[in-house]
Design a binder for this molecule. Structure first.
Ligand code: PGA
Length: 248
């Protein structure tokens, strides 16, 4: 059985004091859960949050990573550096792909380097509104998946299906449509030689407590990658509780 996973991507939010309060609030509300809980704060607060989460089961993730080990790459952070603090790293988030020019090639290199360093990549894939309207959702998701996965597959991975048109809008996708794409992702993982049965597949895009149960009760959706709702400890803990109640 796959362990459900709820990951909070804080994006470029929180001051030092806010990050401290948020991590403490989540620690109090979500540390005794059978769900794998992952917090992905900005790089600058990783060590702060790591210290707050010490002696809990809550895992830490970075929001991005570079593929080189060390060297003259001003502003970048290596997989080995991230691995000293984190278990997970988000790779290929649509904001990285669209705003920071993370190409298929860059995402593949990041994914491989993260796996090689012992990190678990949370690989985000998903179509934008125009691709969806022109009926290209399946094609885009499969292409992003195939382009990103290391060959041969090395180590565990998490895949997050995040339709770009549903991110940060307040309107999530239809849970049954998300299930159909999650099923497709699982069959693609099998074709690509990955351990499809044990790979958690998450849904992401305007996840909230009001609609989450519809997603996490789908057979191929094992949890969520959460943006806005992860910035409120109570809301986030509610999502963890819903995942726990629905899956166990
Ligand atoms: P959202 O963000 O929950 O605010 O829509 C999701 C994401 O970008 O991963």
């Amino acid at each position: 059985m796959r362990r459900p996973l709820v990951a909070g991507n804080w994006k470029m939010n929180t001051s030092y004091a806010e990050a401290q309060a948020l991590a403490q609030g989540i620690r109090e509300r979500a540390s005794a859960s059978p769900v794998e809980v992952v917090l992905c704060p900005p790089f600058v607060w990783l060590d702060l949050v790591r210290r707050i989460l010490a002696d809990t089961d809550i895992a830490l993730g970075a929001q991005d990573v570079f593929w080189e080990d060390h060297g003259p790459y001003t502003g970048e952070v290596s997989p080995a550096q991230v691995r000293e603090l984190c278990k997970y790293v988000i790779v290929g988030h649509s904001e990285r792909r669209t705003l920071f020019n993370d190409t298929y090639e860059a995402v593949r290199k990041k994914c491989s380097a993260a796996s090689a360093a012992g990190l678990v990549p949370i690989l985000a894939v998903g179509e934008d509104a125009a691709e969806r309207e022109s009926g290209r959702t399946e094609e885009v998701v499969c292409a992003e998946l195939a382009a990103a996965l290391p060959e041969p597959p090395s180590g565990p991975i998490v895949v997050a299906y995040e339709p770009i048109w549903a991110i940060g809008r307040g309107y999530p996708a239809d849970p049954e449509e998300a299930q159909r794409i999650a099923r497709l992702i699982r069959s693609q993982l099998a074709q690509l030689g990955c351990d499809d049965e044990n790979t958690p597949i998450l849904y992401g895009g305007s996840v909230s407590a009001a609609t989450f149960e519809g997603f996490v009760s789908q057979p191929d959706i094992d949890g969520a990658l959460v943006g806005s709702a992860s910035l409120d400890a109570e809301q986030f803990a509610l999502l963890v509780e819903i995942a726990s109640r629905t899956q166990f």
